[in-house]
Design a protein around this ligand. Structure first.
Ligand code: ATP
Length: 545
């Protein structure tokens, strides 16, 4: 491989190693396995000091740009500012919510169990390779997990051992197999983690919601409730409350961020598929005739937003769903698209970061029918004109465009995108976070820990904390050589370091060192705050940033 193609592969994430990224995440305190000292718990992850701040910065950027600025402070397709208000609803709601939304009856992923290994797999994630000429029945099939190279290689090895001369290996999807007569093939399939065929059960429905019991003496049948599998329903059930308690008028959106829980059959790929994760969702309510305009608007702007915080290039795509992929509610609507990112574990393919769907009036209609509440909106700007020339008004159930993003997947994409290896640098691993998202905004170092330099460093650190502490860490470090301190900050993704040296004592200047280029620049100490404000994109005249 030439140097140019290696660089291109790195920028498209093809050669980045998830093992390296996960090792750095643990070493520098971004992400830890949950319950690690007890051996962990599959599908759950804790965020360490840097990870918690990185996640907060991403959530805050979403909140400020989507909610407070109203889709970035631009005009909507109706020529008016975009109006969005937040809610913060409970994780546990009346279980009837999930009956109405379809989650109790329909939130099922077909899955298969392996009787021998006791492992469980999501049926649509299992693929099967088999030997045999086209048109003949395969005698042996080797199952593996899609996107998992180890599992695929194991299946390939097992198949090669079995393969007869002259037979070409073929790949078929598991779902294709499900359309065959299962009983005819089950005995020929070798499961992903075993050597003998016939250990997989037929695909069965598996409800992804976590049940819980309400009350100290509660009963699992009578007092059953669920941890929410999405934040969206907490918005729909509060639609009427928001309309009645605020001055919002259609079109407008309701947003919320928060935890969601899904008992995923096969949690994997680090935090990508977890059982506890956080969502950032907007339900944007509009007149049924306007859905196409708003759908197109949100698709475009959400792509721009992910680009604005540092994702982009070939690693980010917008993919419109084919008709056969559409959710039940989306069949009638303007469409569904995914914003997808090329993670190292999906490369050269992509994984979903955010879904943008026209949910029509499906959810409000369901809640109206199940609860009996009147959820129609009375729109005074529509309807026939009365004698006085004013519209008489129109009562209708709004349609909804939903941009629904995963916060943990966003953080993971940022970690993968930022991870850079540069062997020409003393510390080759650098996290090139966008300054707005970086958990550490700046570091201040006395060159040596004496001669008045620590005092000056403390003064500058405190000034910067006063001004930028609400955005992230301002670090101060006096230990080890200056090169080692820079290297530590590169790994943590701190964009700017400021060093106080002998010269600083006489002329009140400091050395600014840039993470991405390693370049150094001398600047007046009292200009450091404004410099940082400019780089972080915050108002330099305001002490609140
Ligand atoms: P997938 O097809 O990957 O299971 P989904 O289409 O079921 O995802 P949605 O229900 O649309 O996902 O949820 C919205 C967002 O929530 C997704 O785009 C993703 O970013 C995030 N998300 C969903 N499931 C998980 C999970 N198990 N772990 C982490 N994030 C998730």
């Amino acid at each position: 491989m030439t140097a140019t193609t290696a660089a291109a592969d790195a920028s498209t994430n093809q050669t980045k190693s998830m093992d390296d990224i996960m090792a750095l995440c643990k070493r520098r305190g971004f992400i830890f396995q949950a319950s690690e000292i007890y051996g962990g718990i599959n599908g759950f992850w804790d965020y360490g000091p840097l990870g918690a701040q990185l996640k907060k910065n991403l959530r805050d950027a979403w909140w400020q740009d989507c909610v407070m600025k109203g889709a970035g402070g631009q005009l909507g397709p109706n020529g008016k500012p975009v109006s969005i208000v937040p809610v913060d609803s409970c994780i546990i709601q009346n279980p009837k919510v999930w009956e109405a939304s379809g989650h109790v009856g329909g939130f099922n992923d077909p899955m298969v169990d392996c009787r021998e290994s006791k492992r469980r797999y999501r049926a649509d994630h299992v693929r099967v390779m088999f030997s045999g000429a086209s048109g003949t029945d395969p005698q042996r099939m080797f199952a593996f997990i899609e996107g998992d190279d180890d599992s695929r290689n194991q299946a390939l090895k097992k198949m090669q051992k079995y393969l007869k001369d002259g037979y070409e290996p073929h790949n078929v999807g598991y779902s294709d197999l499900m359309s065959f007569d299962w009983s005819a093939f089950a005995e020929r399939i070798v499961g992903p983690d075993v050597a003998t065929p016939g250990t997989l059960t037929p695909p069965r429905a598996f409800n992804l919601m976590f049940p819980t019991v309400i009350g100290a003496t509660g009963d699992i049948e009578d007092d059953k409730a669920y941890l929410r599998p999405e934040t969206a329903q907490g918005i729909f059930i509060n639609f009427k409350n928001v309309v009645d308690s605020t001055r919002v008028a259609l079109p407008f959106g309701i947003a919320q961020t928060g935890k969601a829980f899904r008992n995923e059959v096969t949690p994997r790929n680090f935090t990508f598929r977890s059982r506890e994760f956080e969502q950032m969702e907007i339900e944007f309510f509009c007149h049924p005739s306007e859905t196409k305009d708003w759908y197109d608007f949100w698709k475009k702007w959400r792509m721009q937003w992910w680009e604005s915080i540092g994702l982009g290039g070939d690693n980010l795509i917008l993919r419109e769903h084919d008709a056969d992929e559409l959710a039940h509610y989306a069949k009638e609507g303007a469409g569904t698209s995914d914003i997808e990112y090329r993670f190292p574990f999906t490369a050269p393919g992509y994984g979903e970061l955010e879904g943008i769907a026209d949910r029509t009036d499906f959810d409000l209609k369901q809640h109206k029918e199940h609860s009996g509440a009147k959820l129609e909106y009375f729109d005074t700007t529509r309807g026939e004109l009365a004698k006085n020339g004013q519209p008489k008004g129109e009562r209708y159930l709004p349609h909804v465009i939903e941009p629904s993003a995963g916060l943990d997947r966003g953080v993971l994409a940022i970690l993968c995108e930022s991870y850079t290896k540069d062997d020409s640098r003393p510390s080759p691993e650098i996290m090139k976070f966008h300054p707005r998202i970086a958990p550490i905004k700046a570091a201040v170092f006395p060159l040596v820990n004496k001669d008045g330099m620590p005092e000056m460093a403390t003064k500058l650190t405190l000034e910067l904390r006063q001004r930028f502490g609400h955005l992230g860490f301002i670090e101060s470090d006096a230990k080890q050589s200056i090169g080692k301190r820079y290297a530590r900050m590169d790994e943590a993704g701190c964009p700017f370091c400021f060093t106080i040296d002998g010269e600083s004592l006489t002329d009140q200047t400091v050395t600014m060192r840039d993470r991405d280029t390693g370049a150094q620049e001398r600047m007046a100490m009292d200009k450091v705050g404004d410099f940082l404000a400019g780089k972080l994109g915050v108002d330099s005249s305001s002490s609140l940033g």
